[in-house]
Write a protein that binds this ligand. Structure first.
Ligand code: SF4
Length: 325
């Protein structure tokens, strides 16, 4: 097979764990959102992601030096006050994800016995291994042309690891730890996070960050699942998994197979509609009015004409580690 020609400054379509979910549920929606980079303003923003971010920030602050006051203030600083008020005004108050419940949950996370055994690892540059952005540029998979501009587009994947932790007594043990805030019950948590699909990428990043040979040793991962409770004490469950190398390979394989499909669709210029319904949580998909048109110039004109309704958006952050694959 001929090697792809890689330009000096390649342009990328950046995927992530959640963007992969969009692709799997409807490739056409992926095309609108991540190739044309348009987000319909009509789709309401959920509170869950912003409340989750506030709790992540507050917990990560605490793991630096276990200062409860500073961690509480961090939660308040990140709290989505405006969004919460707007949703309350429109009768969509989220009773479980209230500020009071979030403070109770933060307190419960900090008191979990999990922290008796694990602490934040220190990276070779002496910084705390907290909130670690990484990126993989999938250059070897080839490229496809942007349907409207004709620019060559390569695929990349970005993500963030919440923590790399080190065992307090067994000093050769490291693990990846991700905080997951949820309203799901315990059985649903197991099902959601056991094969979450991110394991292989964690392996690549740990090899890059700390030289850990996941191909021989596998990898320890904990999903620190923090469950909001409307009444009474919230629940924290550290779901710990020792993944063997085979499982990591399998996860990388699944990701590569998905990327191959993206490249194939991009080269055909045809991203199929594969939705089992065009509504999300009772709200129509914001592309419903335009989804029947496939001609790129018309689409670009439509989006440009209606900039209020379709804002241009791409969330790309600076990675700590970039892996070319
Ligand atoms: S309208 Fe339906 S088919 Fe079209 S992008 Fe939205 S979910 Fe997919």
């Amino acid at each position: 097979m001929a090697q792809p020609v890689i330009p000096k400054e390649p342009k990328y379509v950046v995927t992530s764990h959640s963007i992969d979910g969009t692709f799997e549920s409807c490739p056409r929606r992926f095309e609108f959102r991540h190739i044309y980079q348009r987000v319909p303003a009509t789709e309401p923003r959920g509170l869950a992601a912003d409340v989750g971010t506030a709790l992540h920030e507050a917990t990560q602050e605490w793991t630096k030096d276990y200062d409860n006051d500073r961690s509480d203030l961090t939660l308040l600083r990140w709290w989505p006050w405006q969004l919460e008020a707007a949703r309350e005004d429109s009768g969509m108050k989220d009773h479980k994800r209230s500020l009071g419940n979030a403070l109770l949950l933060l307190d419960r996370i900090r008191r979990d016995p999990f922290w008796d055994d694990w602490e934040v690892a220190i990276l070779p540059d002496r910084s705390h291994a907290i909130e670690l952005p990484w990126r993989i540029n999938h250059l070897s998979l080839g490229s496809f042309k942007h349907p409207q501009t004709g620019e060559e587009l390569f695929l990349a994947t970005q993500g963030k690891i919440d923590w790399i932790l080190r065992h307090k007594r067994e000093r050769n043990r490291y693990m990846v730890c991700d905080l997951k805030t949820t309203v799901l019950d315990e059985a649903a948590q197991q099902a959601s996070f056991r094969f979450s699909g991110q394991a292989g990428q964690y392996g690549l990043v740990l090899a890059q960050a700390l030289n850990l040979p996941w191909q021989e040793q596998g990898l320890e991962v904990t999903y620190l699942v923090a469950e909001f409770s409307e009444f009474g004490e919230p629940i924290v469950s550290p779901l710990h998994h020792k993944l063997d190398p085979m499982e990591l390979w399998e996860s990388l394989e699944a990701k590569n197979e998905r990327l191959d499909r993206m490249i194939r669709m991009g080269n055909k210029g045809f991203w199929p509609r594969r939705s089992h319904g065009c509504a999300f949580y009772g709200t129509p998909c914001g592309f419903l009015d335009i989804c029947h048109r496939r001609d790129p110039d018309f689409l670009e004109d439509w989006f440009s004409f209606d900039q209020e309704r379709f804002r241009k958006e791409s969330r790309i952050y600076d990675p700590l580690w970039t892996i070319d694959a």
